[in-house]
Each structure stands twice: as C-alpha cells, then as structure tokens.
Ligand binder design. Structure first.
Ligand code: SF4
Length: 342
C-alpha cells in the first residue's frame, strides 16, 4: 500500500505545475529633479525553470541575487518586465487583475519575517481568516470552524485565536503565517526565507511541519533561502542564482556531489560541516564583492570572481544548458569541472 502511494506521488511529480520562461524584472534608477530614469537594476534577468507537481524546488544564492524578486514576480505581487509564468498551462502574466483573483487562493506565500508580516492590530483568528473573507468563502461560522481546524493542524491551540501577534513567539507567529496560507487550499506555496528569522531548533520544527503538510495536502513548494543546509533538507531539486541569473539547476544529491558551476562549488564549500574540529580542505574563498546588478559584468557575470575564468568568459554569456539528465549549468567549462570533481 505504501509503495503504491509512493508510486502515485512520483508519477504526480513528473507533471509540471509551474513553468517560468525568460522572466525579467528591472527596477528603474531615478535621478535629478525630474526623476528621470538613468538606468536599470536588473534584479531578475531572463531566467527559465519549472516546478513539478508535489516537489519542493529550492532557490538559493547570496543576498541580492534576485531570489525574493523571482518569488514575488511569479505571484504577481510585483509586475514583471518581461517573460511568462504558466501555472497549469495558464499564463498568469497575461491575466487581468480580475481574472488573476481567481488564481490567488491557489498560489500562496509564507513570508520571511513572522514579526512584520502579521498585522499587529489583528487577532490571530482574523489574520488566518482574512483570505477566506476576501475570497467570499464560507459564512462567518464556517470560517470560524475552519480557523479552529487549521490552527490545530499547524500545531497552535485554537484557544489562542483571540490573541494578538505580539502575544506569540516567533515560531508560533510563523505557524499563523502557514495557517493563513493553508486555509485557502493552495497548490503552490512560495516559502520566502520562511525559517531564516527563527532559532535553529524552531527552524527544524517548522521544516518538519512543512514536510508533513506537503504530504497531507499535496502541496508544491518554491523554497527560497540562503542557507544551503536548510535547502538541502527540504528540497527535491535546487536552483542556484547569481546576480539575477540562474547558474545551475540539479537534483539536490547530484548538486552536492557533482556541482558543475564554480559558483555552486564555492557556495557548497562555505557550507558548515557538523564536526567543528575537522578543518575543511576544500574551502573556496571568492575574491571581491558581488558586482552591482545595475551594471553587471559582460559575458559571464561571475567572471571577475571566478578562478576558472578564461578570456571567452568576459566576452560571451554562457547559456543554461542541460548537460546531464535533469542537470542544467551555465558555464563554458563545465566539462573541466566534471574532471575536477573526479
Ligand atoms: Fe567561470 Fe567562465 Fe564558467 Fe563563468 S563561464 S563560471 S567565468 S569558467
């Protein structure tokens, strides 16, 4: 019976739920008294990827690489500059605001900071029921029963439903955020640094809760984080971003064993190992700072910091190609990297 369930889950995982193509988000730089546009910050610059039904896709990279902008653009919390986002075959970016409303319950978000993402003047029950109310779902009594049920499901006592956010701990507030997303019966949840602001022990509890909810409610996650060990724990596949571009996509095991982009390799080498007495021999220290997305380097954006760079790297942008089954990389010298990995 368990095997059958497992098979059903893996068959479902092969179906594509969300497909992002050539997505761009540029923010204007304004200057002068007339606030003229003098340039553009290319926060997300022509990225493409997909998410399969029932999987967790991790999205990692340093601060400012465009992870959060990607999540917000997919959900149309901010409007993109160009590209398409197909959800179950429907291009969300071509929908009018009114038509988009129909899809909002199915596409939910859990924010980074449970301290600021909840309205301090609202009671927990009203925060959780807010989405139901604006989507005109259920009577007052039905909404009350649903709030009770979902509070219980995320590990919060319904006895606390009349409390205000400041009366909860950080972990409890994040559970309110999860209940608020879950109550709308979503299909995709964007978890934007959902555990980054929490203590390590609370992080583990929330990650386990997200894991359980995924199985029970057939959820698909886009899990945005900068902490690779957290992403490794929860993700099926991982997307690595650098300066607004995707540099590598692979299954999490493949990515950790056989990284094919020098930036991924550097990120992995910075990941702490459990035994602090063991000195890391493979640590790669990147030189220089992350360049400005308003003026990104020519060719491969990583070339000023890459120890494998050759003249072609500053002249020609490497495309993101599938170089092994389900393993995509944007580097001219991925074959050399395979040799290095042994
Ligand atoms: Fe480094 Fe060149 Fe590969 Fe870019 S294309 S990651 S600069 S080797």
């Amino acid at each position: 019976m368990e095997k059958l369930e497992e098979q059903k889950r893996s068959e479902k995982k092969s179906e594509i739920l969300l497909e992002v193509k050539n997505l761009k988000k540029y923010f204007p730089i304004k200057a002068g008294v007339f606030k003229r546009t003098v340039g553009w910050v290319k926060a997300v610059d022509d990225i493409s990827f997909f998410i399969r039904k029932g999987e967790t896709l991790g999205l990692v990279g340093e601060s400012g690489c465009g992870k959060t902008t990607t999540g917000q653009t997919i959900l149309r919390l901010i409007e993109p500059t160009a590209g398409s986002v197909h959800y179950n075959g429907v291009d969300l970016l071509s929908l009018s605001k009114r038509k988009m409303k129909k899809y909002r319950p199915k596409l939910q978000v859990i924010f980074q900071d449970p301290y600021s993402s909840l309205d301090p003047r609202m009671r927990a029950k009203d925060i959780i029921a807010e989405g139901l109310k604006s989507a005109h779902i259920g009577s007052r009594k039905e909404r009350y029963e649903m709030v009770k049920k979902y509070m219980d499901r995320v590990g919060l006592s319904p006895l606390y439903m009349n409390r205000f956010p400041h009366e909860f701990s950080g972990g409890q507030r994040q559970r309110i955020g999860i209940a608020r997303a879950l109550i709308l019966n979503p299909e995709l949840i964007v978890c934007d640094e959902a555990v980054s602001a929490l203590d390590v022990s609370i992080q583990a509890q929330i990650l386990n809760l997200l894991d359980d909810l995924q199985k029970d409610f057939n959820l698909t996650y886009l899990f945005i984080a900068h902490d690779l060990s957290v992403v490794k724990h929860i993700s099926d596949r991982i997307v690595v971003m650098y300066l607004g571009k995707i540099v590598e996509i692979a299954n999490k095991h493949e990515l950790f064993i056989n990284p094919l982009h020098p930036y991924t390799k550097a990120l992995l080498s910075a990941n702490p190992i459990p035994d602090p007495t063991v000195k890391r021999k493979d640590r790669i220290i990147l030189q220089g700072d992350v360049p400005s997305p308003a003026n990104p380097p020519s060719g491969c954006r990583f070339h000023p910091r890459c120890w494998m760079a050759k003249p072609i790297c500053s002249q020609k942008e490497p495309p993101l190609n599938e170089v092994q089954p389900d393993h995509y990389v944007a580097c001219h010298f991925w074959k050399e990297m395979i040799e290095q990995n042994g």
